[in-house]
Design a protein around this ligand. Structure first.
Ligand code: MG
Length: 443
C-alpha cells in the first residue's frame, strides 16, 4: 500500500524568453523534461517526449512499461525532428519516477536520460539518485575532474545522452522501495545550477507541503539568477511499503535494484564513458521477466491488476479535495439562490393599511407575509388613516395592494389621496408622506 502526494512548479526563469522545460505530475507518473534545440526545438522536444512517455506508460504501468515509455518518447522526438528541418537536432532530457506494482510490492521505478536529476530526502539527508549524462560528469567518472571542477566546467551542459537525437538511447532504470516519510525531488538543471544542494535539502526538509516546497525552490532559483528554465516535482511518500521480509529497506541503500535496459546509477557511473547514444535495441532483460515468474504473461496480468488496485487507492486520497470542491459548489449555489431570493423580495412592494389604533397606510418592501424567511419592511408611512379612505378602496388597502416598484406604490398612494370621497385628516395626524428614516411630528 503506497500513497503519494506531490507538487510541481515550472518557470521560464529570468533570462530565457521561452520555457523549454516540461513537468509531468499525475497519480502515479512524475517526470521532468528539459528540451534543447534551435527555434521551437526545445519546447517541441520536451512536449513531444512527455506526451509520448505518458501515453505509453498508461498502456503498461509497470517497470517494463516505464522502460518502453522512455524508448517510445525517444522515438517520438527523433521522428518528429526528421519531419521538420527547423526541428532537426532537437533533444530533451527525461527524469521520471513511476509508482508500479511488482511481485515484491509497490515500487518507485526511476528512469533517467540526460542531466535532469532525481534526489531522495531520507532522514533529512539529500542524496542524488540519478547519474548525469554530461561531458563533465564523464570526466569525473574517469577521474580526470573533481566534482567541484565539474560544477564549473565549460562543457558541463553538453550531454552525452539525450532523448530524440538518435533512433535509440540507453536508459538508466532502477527501483526503490517507497518508504513513508521519504521525499523525492525531480528537477531540471535550472534548479541545481542556481541553488546549492544543502539549500535544496533544507527547504525540502522544512517545507511540509510538496507544492509549497516546489514553489519555494523555483522562487529561490530565480532569486539566485534564474539563468535557465526551472522545473521541480516534489513527491512525498505518505504511506509506504511495509519493510520486506529480508529486513527494513531504506529507500536508497538497500532498495536500489537494477532492472531493465540500463543500470543503477552507481553502475552507470562506471560505464558512462563507453556509453554511446546509438546503442542498438536490446531485448528485455531476463531479470525483468523473471520477476513476473515463469509464466510471464500471468505475471504481467497480475501486475496490471495490482497497478489498477494501487491507482484506485490513490484515487481515494483525492476524495477530500472532491468533497471540498462539492461543498464549495454547494455554497456557490446557495449564495446564488440567496441573491435571487433577495432580488425577488427587494423588488417587490405593497401598499397596506396596517391594523390597530395607530393603523395607517404604509408602503412595504418585500412580499406580503414574508418570503423564504425574509419579512417585509416598512419603507414609507403615509399618515393616511382608515377614516380618510373611501369605501371603494378600503377593502383593497386592508388586503394590501402589490406594486412592482416604490415609484408605482407612491403613485397608488397619490391616486388614493386624489380619489373622490377621500376624507380630511383627523386633527391628531401630523404627517403626510414621510420616509421612515426622517424624524416626523417632533413639533
Ligand atoms: Mg536546463
Amino acid at each position: 500500500m503506497t500513497v503519494l502526494r506531490s507538487g510541481s512548479a515550472t518557470d521560464v526563469g529570468r533570462v530565457r524568453t521561452v520555457n523549454e522545460d516540461r513537468a509531468l505530475e499525475s497519480m502515479t507518473l512524475f517526470a521532468v523534461a528539459d528540451g534543447m534545440g534551435g527555434h521551437a526545438g526545445g519546447e517541441v522536444a520536451s512536449g513531444t517526449a512527455i506526451e509520448a512517455f505518458q501515453r505509453e506508460f498508461s498502456r503498461q504501468p509497470t517497470v517494463a512499461g516505464l522502460t518502453a515509455a522512455v524508448h517510445q518518447a525517444n522515438r517520438s522526438v527523433y521522428e518528429r525532428s526528421l519531419e521538420d528541418a527547423e526541428l532537426r537536432g532537437m533533444g530533451t532530457t527525461l527524469t521520471a519516477a513511476a509508482l508500479v506494482a511488482t511481485d515484491e510490492g509497490d515500487r518507485l521505478a526511476l528512469a533517467n536520460v540526460g542531466d535532469s536529476r532525481s534526489y531522495v530526502l531520507h532522514d533529512g539527508e539529500l542524496t542524488q539518485l540519478s547519474h548525469d549524462h554530461s561531458v563533465a560528469e564523464e570526466l569525473v567518472d574517469r577521474g580526470e575532474l573533481s566534482e567541484a571542477e565539474a560544477a564549473v566546467h565549460p562543457h558541463r551542459h553538453i550531454l552525452t545522452r539525450a532523448l530524440g537525437v538518435s533512433s535509440d538511447v540507453d536508459v538508466d532504470i532502477w527501483q526503490v522501495v517507497p518508504t513513508a516519510g521519504d521525499r523525492y525531488l525531480l528537477c531540471s538543471d535550472g534548479l541545481t545550477n542556481e541553488v546549492p544542494e544543502p539549500r535544496i535539502a533544507k527547504i525540502l526538509a522544512t517545507t511540509a507541503d510538496p507544492q509549497e516546497a516546489a514553489d519555494t525552490l523555483v522562487r529561490l532559483a530565480n532569486e539566485n539568477g534564474g539563468n535557465d528554465n526551472i522545473t521541480v516535482v516534489v513527491l512525498d511518500v505518505l504511506i509506504g511499503e511495509e519493510a520486506s521480509a529480508d529486513g527494513a529497506a531504506p529507500a536508497v541503500a538497500a532498495a536500489v535494484a537494477p532492472v531493465g535496459v540500463g543500470d543503477a546509477p552507481g553502475a552507470a557511473r562506471r560505464t558512462v564513458a563507453s556509453a554511446v547514444p546509438t546503442a542498438p535495441e536490446r531485448p528485455e532483460s531476463p531479470t525483468l521477466l523473471g520477476r513476473a515468474g515463469s509464466d510471464a504473461a500471468a505475471g504481467m496480468r497480475a501486475m496490471h491488476a495490482r497497478a489498477s488496485e494501487v491507482s484506485d487507492r490513490l484515487r481515494s486520497r483525492r476524495i477530500t479535495f472532491r468533497v471540498l470542491l462539492f461543498v464549495l459548489v454547494l455554497a456557490a449555489i446557495a449564495a446564488g439562490a440567496y441573491i435571487a431570493v433577495r432580488w425577488y423580495v427587494d423588488s417587490s412592494y405593497f401598499v397596506k393599511l396596517t391594523s390597530g389604533a395607530q393603523g395607517q397606510v404604509e408602503i412595504f418592501q418585500g412580499r406580503q407575509g414574508g418570503f423564504a424567511g425574509i419579512q417585509p419592511k416598512v419603507v414609507e408611512r403615509t399618515g393616511i388613516v382608515a377614516s380618510q379612505i373611501p369605501n371603494y378602496y378600503l377593502g383593497f388597502v386592508r388586503a394590501g395592494v402589490e406594486e412592482p416598484s416604490l415609484k408605482a406604490a407612491r403613485r397608488y398612494v397619490a391616486q388614493l389621496r386624489a380619489a373622490p370621497g377621500f376624507g380630511p385628516a383627523p386633527t391628531s395626524t401630523t404627517t403626510t408622506t414621510a420616509p421612515v428614516t426622517t424624524t416626523t411630528g417632533g413639533g
